[in-house]
Write a protein that binds this ligand. Structure first.
Ligand code: TMP
Length: 231
């Protein structure tokens, strides 16, 4: 298999069919744009399983995604897509960079759902970017941005419901999309690496903030998420 790209938490290979790619989840955990890095044995498998459950649920509810087939515990076959270099962040509750930037205490319920865009660039540290700036530098068209926003809000509705049924509050999350044959597809992963997930009763963090903030028992949180959403 030809390696196309190795990221912080995944490796992408070309598939046998040129319209496909094979993605392998790694055990590496990083934070602060790679400043903090550690191997967490088993993380790749947990994230793959969690993300696959979520993608299958979203697809059953009409969301178009890149997922074609689960190959093994850490590997999936996906449709090859040209990644939109804009990350879409959705927030239901203030936390993380939003709390810091706007001085809103973590845990504050937001009066409306917030959708933010950031420029997917490790070199620049993924800076926040608005529609006007995105279209000005050609990262996406306004039509694509409108679709990304609508899709992110629809995905949020579905995920809030899925996690609420598992006793988990979906605080915020990050999505990535790709272009394939004229369509925008949900790509990448949805896992405790890319979401903030708090226990509904205790507010215990069950996501990568355990790693970012040195709270310990990182994968215990991930395991709890998996066991609660697994049917
Ligand atoms: P933030 O509060 O640090 O901006 O993060 C918001 C959400 O997006 C949080 O669930 C973590 C996720 N996220 C990623 O998955 N990757 C990233 O590079 C960033 C900045 C955030």
């Amino acid at each position: 298999m030809e390696k196309l790209y190795e990221g912080k938490s995944k490796i992408v290979y070309s598939g046998e069919d040129p319209d496909t790619c094979i993605i392998r989840y790694k055990d590496t955990a990083t934070a602060g744009n790679g400043a903090k890095k550690e191997d967490l044995p088993g993380k790749g498998k947990l994230n793959a399983e969690i993300s696959n459950i979520i993608f299958e649920y979203l697809m059953q509810n009409g969301v178009k995604t890149h997922l074609l087939k689960i190959i093994d515990d850490t590997t999936v076959l996906v449709r090859r897509a040209e990644i939109v270099m804009v990350e879409v962040i959705v927030r239901n509750i203030a936390a993380g960079s939003f709390s810091k930037k706007y001085g809103v205490p973590e845990g504050t319920a937001l009066k409306n759902t917030v959708v933010e865009f950031s420029y997917k660039s490790d070199e620049l540290g993924d800076p926040m970017i608005n529609d006007c700036q995105i279209t000005a530098i050609g990262l996406a068209t306004q039509k694509e941005l409108d679709e990304l926003r609508d899709s992110a809000l629809r995905i949020n509705e579905l995920l809030v419901k899925l996690f609420a049924e598992a006793g988990i509050r979906l605080v915020d999350f990050k999505l990535e999309f790709g272009r394939s044959k004229g369509e925008l597809l949900l790509c990448d992963e949805i896992s405790p690496d890319s979401c903030r997930l708090w226990d509904m009763e205790t507010n215990e963090k069950m996501d990568k903030d355990r790693f970012r903030r040195d709270l310990g028992n990182v994968l215990d949180g991930y395991r709890k998420v998996l066991s609660r959403i697994k049917v």
